[in-house]
Design a protein around this ligand. Structure first.
Ligand code: C2E
Ligand code: CA
Ligand code: CA
Ligand code: CA
Length: 278
């Protein structure tokens, strides 16, 4: 407990008061992070599953905290959602990622796809589609190359999600369902939403090909995507055996440590140069 007292970011505690205090510390820390430019993005390659060829990137936020080091989004995004800072952080992510990806387009990766995560509270802000169109207008990033990743639970939590998705689609951006399979979307519901792609959650991929249940679920998701005409990305591909299993069943795109971890901007710069040289 002494140990924990010294580490203001230790998140796990059975004590409610301590948790509330912890949240407050993170909230105050986030305000400092914003003021002092400590938020940054990494970019994880999305690749073709057969040959690993680069298709684009997913932007993933990190917090470079001076004393505690790099803090992952699972530690602070939930707090940012609760205290409302996610609206500011979310539009910062959109602007920063679009600006960066636009630079990569100019470096020669003209048809790259950029995926950005969006949380429920951001989408409920009322003018989220305006935030997106502003980011596109200010950065010049092509709408058709931007993909917004939302989860099934976000869809459930957002009022008028169908109308909002319609307005976003009208801007020309694409919509992906993130962590697919962990929520409870009915097929009929998905069919009536303007969705372009689904991402098979890492929890189903990690025990492939050995786990029979996960294999069956993955096969069902791939078949469903095919019959609904949706694009498909497998998340968290770490082994050649997982790659082979997914390929054999018709999945064509993936992300995962087998291909690349999330990268800093400089590493993506180098990757794009070497890819362009072929
Ligand atoms: P996500 O959208 O499902 O992102 C994928 C997560 O899986 C990332 O964790 C990524 O680093 C990790 N990952 C990718 N490939 C592998 C693999 O092969 N093996 C393993 N074990 N992990 C892999 P990360 O960056 O910690 O992000 C966690 C979550 O935080 C994201 O899950 C997303 O829900 C959220 N998040 C990240 N950036 C943002 C953001 O800018 N805005 C919002 N609202 N949420 C974000
Ligand atoms: Ca995602
Ligand atoms: Ca995901
Ligand atoms: Ca996730």
């Amino acid at each position: 407990a002494k140990e924990r007292g010294r580490n203001r970011f230790a998140f796990y505690s059975s004590d409610m008061a301590e948790r509330a205090l912890e949240r407050l510390h993170i909230e105050q820390g986030l305000l400092r992070a914003i003021a002092n430019d400590q938020l940054m993005l990494q970019y994880q390659p999305v690749v073709r599953l057969d040959d690993g060829q680069l298709i684009g990137f997913e932007a993933l936020i990190r917090w470079d905290e001076p004393t505690h080091g790099r803090i992952g989004p699972d530690r602070f995004i939930p707090v940012a959602e609760e205290c409302g800072l996610i609206d500011y952080i979310g539009s910062w992510v959109l602007h920063t990622a679009c600006t960066q990806a636009q630079a990569w387009i100019h470096q020669g990766f003209v048809d790259l796809r950029l995926a950005v995560n969006v949380s429920a509270r951001q989408m409920n802000a009322g003018d989220f589609d305006v935030t997106v169109s502003d980011a596109l207008a200010l950065t010049g990033f092509p709408a058709a190359q931007l993909e917004l990743e939302i989860t099934e639970s976000t869809l459930q939590a957002v009022d008028h999600s169908r109308q909002l998705l319609g307005r976003l689609k009208a801007l020309g951006v694409r919509i992906s369902i993130d962590d697919f399979g962990t929520g409870f979307s009915s097929l009929s519901r998905l069919k009536h939403l303007p969705i372009d792609r689904i991402k098979i959650d890492r929890s189903f991929v990690q025990d492939l090909p050995g786990d029979g249940n996960d294999a069956a679920i993955t096969e069902a998701i791939i078949a469903m995507a095919g019959s609904l005409g949706l694009g498909l990305i497998a998340e968290g591909v770490e082994t050649p055996a997982q790659q082979q299993f997914l390929l054999a069943r018709g999945c064509t795109e993936a992300q995962g440590f087998l291909f690349s971890r999330p990268l800093d901007v400089a590493d993506v710069d180098a990757l794009i140069v070497s890819t362009a040289r072929g």
